[in-house]
Design a protein. Structure first.
Length: 131
């Protein structure tokens, strides 16, 4: 569900205010529009009402966990094509495989390097521009 050619929109879903602030600041500095959600309900509402180019999703969230949210996003035709990357401290091989089976397009471990996140955004922006 791409947005306008000029605006790259990211939905960041994390229950930790420090992470939301850090990632939002980093991406906004790179001219990326960021919307934040603190839980699964906020994520699903935002994803269904506005288009995003990327969803960064923590696994450990209040209410629905990130795995369940990813399954819901990937099973909905309105959001199925939006790349979902898990941004989480759950880094065991089992966690990565569970996320992949739920439909996650990628996995970024916390703590993460800013360059890793920016490389992902740059890559997705280039892919969108070449469509």
């Amino acid at each position: 569900m791409p947005t306008t050619a000029q605006t790259f929109r990211v939905l960041l879903v994390d229950d930790e205010p420090v992470i939301r602030e850090l990632v939002s600041t980093m991406l906004t500095t790179a001219s990326v529009e960021v919307e934040v959600a603190a839980d699964g309900a906020e994520c699903l509402k935002a994803a269904k009402t506005r288009p995003f180019d990327l969803i960064l999703l923590d696994i450990v969230l209040p209410g629905l966990d990130g795995i369940a949210i990813c399954r819901l996003l990937k099973s909905d035709p309105a959001t199925a094509r939006v790349p979902v990357y898990m941004l989480t401290a759950k880094a065991r091989a089992r966690d990565v495989e569970t996320a992949r089976r739920a439909g996650a397009d990628g996995y970024i471990n916390k703590p993460f390097r800013g360059a890793e996140l920016m490389d992902l955004v740059d890559s997705l922006q280039q892919q969108r521009a070449s469509r």
